[in-house]
Write a protein that binds this ligand. Structure first.
Ligand code: GLY
Length: 384
C-alpha cells in the first residue's frame, strides 16, 4: 500500500518520488524494473545481511511479475568493501567495470543498496557511465536515508579532501524503509542523528526542541537502555526521518546545485567535520561523527563571535552527546587543520566560508565569509 507520506521532489533537473515504508509494498513497481538491464551495487556487509532478501523480492514468483523468467543468479551485483576510505576514483572504475561486464546500455539502471558511500558512488558512476544512466537509491543507513540519498550530490574523496570530485545526478526513485535500520550497529544510528540535528537546527529549530523533548521522554521511560535501541523500538524514528527528508527536499527544490546559498547551509558543521575526517585519514570516524564534532566547533566559533547564545550551543552539544555522538575532537596539527579549510569546495576562491548558527532572537543558520583569522585560530586552539 502506498504511504501517504511519500514525497515528490521537484528539483530543477528532474522530479522524482521518495517512497517511505516497507520495500515489499512496492513489489510490483520494483519487479517491473527488471525489464531493463540493471546492476546492483552494494557493500560486503550489506551483501551479507540484506542482498538476498532484496534479490528474492525482485524475483518473487508473483502473477503480476512481468519478468518471472529472471532468476536471482541472472542479476549482476557489484560489491565494494565498506568504508569512507573506499569512496575514491579507483572504486568508481571498479563499478564502471562491473557495468561494462554486465553490458549495461543507455537504458539501463544502477541500484544503490547501501549507506552514504554507496549512494554517492553509484550516483557518480551512473552519472558518467555512457554519459549518464538512471539510478535508484535504496538507503540502508540512517545517514543515507536523511541526507545522501536525497538531492543528487555525488562526490568522492581524493588526497586533497572530501567530496572534491563529483557531479550532481538525481536518482529516479528513492525507497526509504526504516526497518533496515534494525540491522545497523548502534554507532551508525548515532551518526545519522548528526545530519538530522544539523537540518533541524538550520531549518526548523522547533523540530530540534521537539526531538530533544521526545528523547528525554523516551529516556525517562527506559533509563537503562541505549538511546539508539529505544528509537528503533519506537515509531518516532520513522516520523523523524520523514520530517528531515521533507526539509531536505525543500532545500533541494530551491537550490539544486548549491548556487543561491540555501543548499550551502546544509554544510553546517561540515567545514570543521571535513577537516577532522581529512586529519584522521577518513578511517577513524564515521562521517556523522565528524559532523557532530564539527557542529560543536562551529557553535564555539559562533559563540566567540557573539552571534549565538551559549545556552543554545550547550543544548545542541548535549543533544548530540545523548544521541551517542562524539562531541570533542583533539586537533593534531592546528596549522594543517586550518589549511585544510581552504580545500573545502566552498573555499576554493581562497576565502573561508563557514555556515554558522545565530540566535538574535530567531535561530537560523547563514553563510559567513568574513571570519577573522585570529578568532578562528583561537577557536581551534580550544580543541587542541
Ligand atoms: N549533504 C549536503 C547536501 O546534500 O547538500
Amino acid at each position: 500500500m502506498e504511504n501517504t507520506n511519500n514525497l515528490l521532489i521537484n528539483a530543477k533537473s528532474k522530479s522524482y518520488p521518495i517512497y517511505f515504508g516497507n520495500l515489499s509494498s512496492y513489489i510490483e513497481h520494483l519487479q517491473s524494473i527488471l525489464s531493463k538491464k540493471i546492476l546492483i551495487v552494494t557493500t560486503d556487509s550489506i551483501a551479507k545481511i540484506l542482498l538476498n532478501d532484496f534479490l528474492s523480492l525482485l524475483c518473487r514468483n508473483e502473477t503480476s511479475n512481468p519478468n518471472r523468467n529472471i532468476s536471482i543468479d541472472d542479476i549482476p551485483v557489484c560489491i565494494i568493501q565498506d568504508g569512507e576510505s573506499n569512496k575514491d576514483l579507483s572504486h568508481i572504475e571498479y563499478i564502471l567495470d562491473c557495468a561494462f561486464r554486465a553490458k549495461l546500455n543507455r537504458n539501463s539502471l544502477m541500484i544503490a543498496l547501501g549507506g552514504g558511500v554507496i549512494t554517492d558512488m553509484v550516483g557518480f558512476a551512473s552519472g558518467i557511465y555512457q554519459r549518464g544512466i538512471d539510478f535508484i537509491s535504496i538507503p540502508t543507513t540512517l545517514l543515507s536515508m536523511v541526507d545522501a540519498s536525497v538531492g543528487g550530490k555525488c562526490g568522492i574523496n581524493n588526497k586533497y579532501g572530501k567530496n572534491l570530485v563529483g557531479i550532481f545526478h538525481q536518482p529516479n526513485e528513492v525507497y526509504i524503509d526504516s526497518r533496515f535500520l534494525t540491522t545497523l550497529p548502534k554507532r551508525e544510528i548515532s551518526a545519522g542523528f548528526a545530519e538530522i540535528i544539523k537540518i533541524f537546527a538550520c531549518f526548523d529549530f522547533y523540530l530540534l526542541e521537539e526531538l530533544d523533548k521526545e528523547l528525554q521522554m523516551l529516556e525517562s521511560k527506559n533509563n537503562q537502555k541505549y538511546i539508539q535501541a529505544m528509537l528503533l523500538e519506537s515509531s518516532m524514528l520513522t516520523t523523524i526521518i520523514q520530517k528531515s527528508v521533507m526539509l531536505k527536499a525543500k532545500v533541494v527544490e530551491q537550490d539544486e546545485e548549491e548556487r543561491n546559498g540555501s543548499r550551502a547551509i546544509l554544510n553546517y558543521g561540515h567545514t570543521f567535520g571535513h577537516a577532522i575526517e581529512l586529519e584522521s585519514n577518513f578511517t577513524q570516524y564515521l562521517h556523522g561523527e565528524a559532523v557532530s564534532m564539527g557542529i560543536v566547533m562551529a557553535n564555539r566559533l559562533s559563540c566567540k563571535l557573539g552571534i549565538l547564545n551559549q545556552k543554545i550551543a550547550r543544548d545542541i552539544e548535549s543533544l548530540l552527546y545523548r544521541c551517542g555522538l562524539p562531541i570533542r575532537y583533539k586537533i593534531k596539527d592546528i596549522e594543517s587543520f586550518y589549511q585544510s579549510f581552504f580545500l573545502d569546495k566552498k573555499s576554493l576562491d581562497s576565502k573561508l566560508h563557514f555556515v554558522l548558527l545565530q540566535s538574535n532572537p530567531n535561530i537560523f543558520a547563514s553563510l559567513h565569509n568574513d571570519i577573522d583569522k585570529d578568532i578562528l585560530l583561537e577557536t581551534l586552539h580550544e580543541f587542541s
